[in-house]
Design a protein around this ligand. Structure first.
Ligand SMILES: [Zn+2]
Length: 271
């Protein structure tokens, strides 16, 4: 279409004439349909009633005083221009507010995304720490298990060696006790032997003495006789029952016979 101000060609969809910068929606509003104006934006509920008031206002103006077509057209154009400018200002304000709102929302979204990234990073770091801690714990558990195994091993070997030691100690104690008993027995035996030897010695001494006494007795019995002063004229052996041992004389047998004594008829004067 062509610009109503400068007459130059205007590409479809343009809001302003590229040559004279005429605001097209206002310029075409008298010739074009009302829906053409609200096309650019979706929020047209409010502007549309405004647009609809324009024809109502236009109607009385057109129908009322009969003036020249030019002045009517100019009036219509200026009213529509003002309305369009107001609409554009309102729309721009809306857009501005909306853009700010969107920008704020975008900023909030970016901030939230950043927060999420930070949280993910934190989670990743914590997960790594957790994994490392778990590995450390596992390693420490292994160490504890090893230590426990070593401990129980050393405990069992200690128990074993203690058992061996106590066993050996018991054996040693037993052997020592047996040795002590044997030693005591040996000492007792030695004492006994000594006593027996002493007894034997004293017995030998007594035997020797007895032998000597026997010899002496035999000698006495063989050679010595006893004569009592009883007038019988008999001589007796020491063990004769007629020998009273009260008052007697001791002679050798030869001397008794030489002195006229006779052997006793009971003992025979001989052992
Ligand atoms: Zn006699």
């Amino acid at each position: 279409m062509t610009c109503i101000k400068c007459g130059k060609e205007i590409p479809d969809g343009e809001l302003f004439c590229p040559s004279c910068s005429l605001n097209l929606p206002s310029a075409y509003s008298d010739t074009a349909e009302a829906p053409r104006v609200p096309a650019p934006a979706g929020r047209m509920q409010k502007p549309v009633p405004v647009k609809r008031t324009a024809p109502q206002m236009q109607g009385p103006q057109v129908q009322a005083p009969r003036r020249t077509g030019l002045s009517i057209a100019l009036a219509i154009v200026s009213i529509l221009l003002a309305a369009s400018l107001g609409f554009l200002a309102w729309q721009y304000g809306n857009i501005f507010v909306e853009r700010n709102r969107l920008r704020t929302r975008e900023n909030a979204i970016v901030a939230q995304e950043k927060q999420i990234e930070d949280l993910e990073q934190q989670i990743k770091t914590l997960t790594t720490e957790l994994t490392e801690t778990e590995q450390m714990l596992a390693a420490r558990n292994e160490t504890i298990k090893d230590l426990q195994a070593q401990l129980s091993g050393s405990q069992s070997s200690q128990t074993q060696s203690e058992f061996d030691l106590s066993n050996a100690q018991a054996q040693l104690d037993q052997l020592t006790e047996e040795n002590r008993q044997l030693l005591t027995m040996a000492e007792d035996l030695e004492a006994e032997i000594a006593a027996l030897e002493e007894s034997k010695a004293s017995l030998e001494t007594a035997l020797d003495r007895a032998k000597s006494y026997e010899e002496k007795a035999n000698f006495m019995d063989s050679y010595v006789v006893f004569v009592e002063d009883d007038g019988t004229g008999y001589y007796h052996t020491y063990s004769c029952i007629n020998f009273t041992r009260n008052k007697f004389w001791a002679y050798s047998r030869k001397l008794a016979e030489a002195n006229g004594y006779d052997p006793c008829p009971i003992c025979g004067g001989r052992p």
